[in-house]
Design a binder for this molecule. Sequence first.
Ligand code: MTE
Length: 336
Amino acid sequence: MLIKKPSQLSLNENEATPETIYKQRRTILKALGITVAGLPLAQTAQAGLFDSFGKKDKPVDKRRVLTSESSPYSNRALSLTPEDKVLQYNNFYEFGTDKSDPAARAQNFKTNPWNIEIGGLVSNPITLGYEDIFKSFPIEERIYRLRCVEAWSMNIPWLGFPLASLLRKAGPLSNAKYVAFETLYDPKQMPGQASRRLGGGIDYPYVEGLRLDEAMHPLTLMSVGLYGKTLAPQNGAPIRLVVPWKYGFKSIKSVVRITLTDNQPPTTWNLLAPNEYGFYANVNPRVDHPRWSQASERFIGEGSIFSSRRQPTKMFNGYEAQVASLYQGLDLKRNY
Ligand code: MTE
């Protein structure tokens, strides 16, 4: 995700291919006397991505096979993004801002033992250990669209269970209105947490939040796997959130804490750039990012990243029929 860049770098995403964005950015940065290594925040993310995607060695696959049930919420008509791209083209700033950094740097990330705590305004606080996470709920396959705020998208066969099933076990109290999520904080294992430059200037731990009704929606998934196996570290092992109608940054990875609250919780990207990233972050082709259009997206499928086809962005990422009622009467331009 890009944060601040000189105004000369603004480009209409509809008119530019990723390669031209990258080349123009490099030229302009050079003219400004800025070296890529010296960039303070996340400006290197896309440049690094386009440089290195597919060139690094494939990490060894330590993932376990998971059995799953089919789900009426899965969209089997979607053409899938190839597994190697889902595993190598990632945003996980705890491991660096380049899209290839998480796959390169997270392979020794310890995901077992793991504890996830569910607490706050609940009648029955819960702590799940690593094996409990996989044993406590029937695992479903959900083929969902993933739309990043950076205007690229993938179709991914996730494995997981509804967040609602977990929250019901904890018993939300009547004054619970929001759900706050937190990623593991461990700078020894996550180099981006130990270095502001590597970690994109984020104050860690990475935090996210949903309204309680969004969290209870049947599409909202706690994912423990993809493509028939447990999650790879770079995709947020052992457990992450997936909210398919919102920009990808809401889908927080490697979750250790879920807290029900009566106040809207702070969220990482909103704290970093409040005029660019809101609390709601619903995918919306009619509400542009201040620096680029959200009307279309690059779909990452077969073939090279550079030749990814552009397609129109769908309202609520294609889940309008299921979720529009959550936002009746809400001004989606103000509540971006
Ligand atoms: N969660 C944490 N903890 N740290 C991150 O940097 N990046 C987000 C989201 N969850 C991120 C995160 C963003 S911007 C996106 S698009 C998705 O993860 C990407 O998920 P993927 O790499 O599995 O495709």
